[in-house]
Design a protein around this ligand. Structure first.
Ligand SMILES: [Zn+2]
Length: 410
């Protein structure tokens, strides 16, 4: 009986806290309306949350008539999260956010060496720098979320495999950071984090089923079904970037040949652009090699837009292969919405029309085909990692002292 009472109290405390995070500042009457709890429960639980320094109460001075109501809100500056995007090619992005995922500080550091020790050291340095380079007190950090490339076992907090790092196998990233920063840490696959960011803050709010693609150096994907992130049997789901689109095509970092990301990812497009410029170099005998090696994705985008037919053709090919692969995804899953995010989004005008044209021909009749571009920009992944940490915090209540509401209140 006692256990049941405690459990109920735990659940009610959680729903009130979540309600204030989502909708606050609120009056007690508002909280009663949102949660459906009794007046007594709302009064007792909010009083305890105030005593514990988790929420605060203040007068609504903007109220123009009648009795001035008391408003309740979280202590925004006392409850912070860290979201990290650990990306070998694009660098480590660290965000410090509040529980409403408003960004208080951002740091991006490049990864110069990709062996295990160096990557973990860079991760540590970037997080420490983000904290020390802000006005945030270390004691206000409640948890850390980390977005990782490769195969991730989110439940165990392990990065199982990354094709972009050396001697990187079953690395317990969550445990390492929990020890280092003394706060709970969660990890997840980077496209899953981006999908979460879209569900909570972006274009997929109130969407039940979503397919999210990270169009970056490679191509990652995440599937959300009935509001839940799909994780496959062992976390190796949704590897659209490694679907074979060209039989006996180029060799891929994954060990297979002809994978989608070699033709439709930014790195693949850069490599193909370099092949062309190398052949010009050989034909003309001109020494333009230095320029070729330094060509980047923005250069290629700009040249394609200015009418370079070869480079435009690379984007059209990318769009076609992407459209073929996405048609299969739509025919299998019938998602409500597809969102494309990542560094290739600003170049979408060069490949998306072809993608949509192919999809219109290939998808099953009657299937929905709503493809949109992410508007969350280059913070999306780290923001999504913060969202995952924040949701876990709300679900499991991992508050550090003095915010241990669950233990102390029961
Ligand atoms: Zn591959």
């Amino acid at each position: 009986m006692v256990a049941k009472h405690s459990q109920m109290r735990d659940t009610n405390t959680h729903s009130i806290f979540e309600c204030i995070v989502e909708h606050g500042p609120l009056t007690k009457a508002d909280i009663k309306k949102y949660t459906g709890l009794s007046w007594g429960s709302v009064s007792n639980i909010t009083a305890n949350l105030i005593d514990r320094g988790i929420i605060r109460q203040y007068k609504d001075n903007d109220a123009s008539v009648g009795r001035i109501p008391n408003l309740l809100d979280i202590f925004v500056r006392e409850n912070l999260l860290i979201g990290v995007d650990l990306h070998i090619a694009e660098g480590i992005t660290v965000l410090i956010t509040d529980l409403r995922y408003r960004i208080l500080n951002r740091v991006n550091m490049s990864v110069t060496k990709n062996n295990r020790e160096s990557v973990l050291q860079s991760l540590n340095t970037a997080i420490n720098f983000a904290i020390s380079n802000s006005e945030v007190s270390r004691s206000t950090i409640l948890g850390i979320g980390v977005a990782l490339q490769g195969t991730v076992d989110a439940e165990k907090g392990i990065s199982a495999y990354s094709p972009y790092c050396e001697d990187w196998e079953n690395v317990p990233v969550a445990d390492i950071l929990t020890r280092e920063f003394s706060v709970p840490t969660v990890v997840d696959h980077d496209p899953r984090c981006m999908a979460m960011a879209e569900m909570v803050l972006g274009k997929a709010q109130n969407t039940g089923s979503l397919v999210f693609l990270r169009m970056s150096q490679g191509i990652g994907m995440s599937i959300v079904l009935d509001g839940e992130v799909y994780r496959g049997f062992n976390g190796s789901d949704a590897e659209i970037g490694h679907i074979c689109v060209v039989a006996d095509g180029d060799e891929c970092v994954c060990g297979n040949k002809g994978c989608l990301e070699l033709y439709a990812g930014a790195k693949g497009i850069i490599n193909r652009a370099k092949l062309r410029t190398s052949s010009i170099h050989e034909d003309s005998g001109m020494d333009i090699k230095g320029t070729d090696d330094n060509i980047d994705f923005d250069d290629i985008t700009a040249l394609a837009r200015s009418g370079d037919e070869f480079l435009r053709g690379l984007f059209t090919d990318a769009g076609r292969y992407l459209g073929e692969s996405l048609s299969v995804v739509v025919n299998l899953l019938n998602p409500e919405l597809i969102i494309l995010g990542g560094m290739m989004v600003p170049s979408a005008d060069l490949f998306l029309p072809e993608t949509l044209s192919v999809m219109r021909k290939r998808v099953w009749k009657g299937s929905t085909m709503d493809v949109r571009l992410s508007s969350l920009g280059n913070n999306a992944t780290a923001l999504g990692a913060a969202v995952i940490a924040g949701r876990k915090l709300l679900k499991e209540g991992f508050f550090h002292p003095p915010y241990q509401i669950y233990n102390d209140l029961l």
